[in-house]
Write a protein that binds this ligand. Structure first.
Ligand code: FAD
Ligand code: SF4
Length: 496
């Protein structure tokens, strides 16, 4: 009864943070729970489940080597697994969980929470910031973070005189030959192999052919180093680009490691700033990357807790369609941009931000898909998925289901945007320039269809005036709506 039991969730694999920070083998025991909910609760992407299970087992082994009593138990759900041990310990503690569901179930059995310092912004501080604002603009939060944390700040002003280099960071992929960075692959060890065997007979999606995700801190550090050496310098310019020639472009591939604690935001920032100080990285690339970590990531986590548990149910546009069948099979569509993106998810459980936002979510929004259906599919299929990060990104940013609490206007676009920012369209069965022909790009037709069917929702939104005016000027709007209805029917039937 003298010892404290620490419950380590599968996204808390860090010895120096949270409940493990001051733990000693003499005073603390440790439990991991592999719940049925986690294994069989959904048709997960194989890469995702493999990564979570194997990383936790590696971490459990490291703690054992340090001398801790470590229990790795299997149970119906996390709470019942932990409760079965409770009588033997003085108390049970864990880091504030990263979802409402786990928070509620652990609070119900009396687990004490310690602050989650895997983020730079405590939840209470974010709430304080939010309450001081008229609107919750990410840009304002980010500037406040830069000042508060003293990052890229000189005499109280932004280094270089500007906060934002987005206008230099929106280049399409280069037309001529270009050497895209390569990424480390990770040799699988006996723990990895054991997990692969465990997953073999489960009903999962995707495949484990790719070995780009490592399952240890060593692998996470190798990815960080590879990013800093090979990708960081051109992170900014090609941040929004998409190309068939590179699946990752200059993105960091750090989100899976960050989201389970194998890396921390402060160590990534420090390493990035150190590289910048050597003089080989432009301010635009450095600022662009820092913005993602101290801005977007922290902002999304802050909003998840600030908006509350019911936020996930928002459905401002009353969208009710089921998810399109093409989300389950990359080979089932002739839309090049979509098949490339879904194939990337099947293979790696990952595509970068713009395919998530401007291909997958854009298509779901344009087809009036229920926000929760998209949320569930994304939660199941992305390697870096977690409730705190998926809910605001899907409900707020992507689907505009919160009516603009997070982003004042929806992120929707027609084929012209995808054609400009990628090299997909040249090799596609559809034409991004037309909207009413049989081979018109579904994105182009549906962009106008979306504006037309939601015109009343947006009529008072001054950021949508230009788009609505464009729609009103279309001479063939009736034919576009007819074609749009056919396209949605075709996509729902799995025929496009
Ligand atoms: P980089 O482009 O190299 O960026 C660096 C880091 O910035 C990322 O690792 C991530 O930690 C952070 N970041 C950047 N944008 C965001 C954001 N919008 N929200 C949170 N963190 C951000 N990110 C996840 O970590 N998990 C998710 O489940 C997830 N789902 C998403 C779903 C949708 C619909 C959208 C639009 C975005 C989602 N994102 C998610 C955000 C972003 O797409 C990924 O963080 C990024 O693509 C991960 O790849 P990377 O590490 O190479 O990122
Ligand atoms: Fe995608 Fe349309 Fe371009 Fe085809 S034409 S790749 S569907 S944007």
């Amino acid at each position: 009864m003298d010892k404290t039991l620490i419950y380590v969730a599968h996204d808390n694999l860090n010895r120096n943070k949270g409940a493990l920070a001051g733990a000693q083998p003499e005073t603390h025991s440790i439990v991991f729970v592999e719940s049925q909910q986690m294994i069989k609760g959904a048709r997960w992407n194989r890469q995702r489940l493999f990564f979570l299970l194997s990383a936790a087992r590696h971490f459990a082994d490291e703690l054992k080597t340090e001398g801790f009593e470590v229990m790795y138990i299997k149970s119906k759900d996390s709470a019942s697994g932990i409760q079965s041990l409770s009588k033997k310990y003085r108390e049970i503690i864990c880091v504030e969980p990263s979802s409402y569901r786990l928070t509620n179930s652990l609070a119900d059995i009396g687990v004490r929470f310690v602050p989650n310092d895997l983020f730079l912004t405590p939840r209470a501080l974010f709430e304080q910031w939010s309450k001081s604002q008229k609107s919750l603009k990410m840009e304002n939060f980010y500037r406040w973070q830069r000042q508060r944390l003293g990052i890229l700040i000189s005499d109280g002003e932004p280094l270089g005189g500007r906060w934002n280099y987005d206008d230099e960071n929106r280049e399409p992929p280069p037309k001529s030959d270009y050497r895209w960075p390569t990424y480390p692959h990770h040799k699988r060890d006996s723990i990895d192999e054991e997990v692969i065997v465990q997953l073999r007979d489960l009903n999962l999606s995707g495949s484990l052919d790719e070995t780009i995700w490592g399952t240890t801190r060593k692998a996470a550090l190798a990815q960080l180093e590879s990013f800093l050496k090979s990708s960081f310098a051109n992170f900014g310019p090609f941040e929004d680009a998409m190309t068939v020639k590179s699946w990752a472009l200059h993105h960091s591939l750090l989100s899976p490691y960050l989201n389970i604690g194998l890396l921390t935001p402060d160590e990534i920032i420090n390493a990035a700033l150190k590289e910048f100080e050597k003089g080989n990285i432009s301010l635009a690339s450095c600022e662009g990357f820092i913005r993602q970590i101290i801005g977007w990531r922290e902002y999304i986590n802050g909003l998840y807790w600030y908006f509350g548990e019911k936020y996930r149910e928002s459905n401002f546009l009353n969208s009710k369609n089921p998810l399109l069948p093409l989300f389950e099979n990359s080979g089932s569509t002739k839309m090049k941009c979509v098949s490339e993106t879904i194939a990337g998810v099947e293979r790696r459980g990952w595509v970068h931000h713009i395919p998530r936002l401007m291909i997958l979510s854009n298509l779901a929004a344009l087809c009036d898909v229920s926000p929760v259906e998209l949320l569930t599919w994304m939660r199941n299929n992305f390697i870096d998925a977690a409730d705190w990060v998926m809910v605001p990104n899907v409900i707020g940013m992507s689907m505009h289901a919160d009516g603009g609490r997070m982003s004042t206007k929806p992120y929707i676009a027609g084929g012209a945007y995808i054609s400009r920012m990628s090299d997909y369209c040249g090799d596609c069965a559809y034409n991004p320039k037309t909207r009413v022909e049989d081979d018109s790009c579904p994105f182009t037709t549906l962009y106008w269809h979306y504006l037309y069917r939601n015109r009343d929702h947006f009529k008072k939104n001054h950021r949508m005036f230009q788009q609505l005016n464009g729609m009103k000027k279309l001479r063939d709007i009736e034919a576009t709506i007819t074609r749009g209805n056919e396209v949605i029917e075709g996509l729902l039937a799995g025929e496009i």
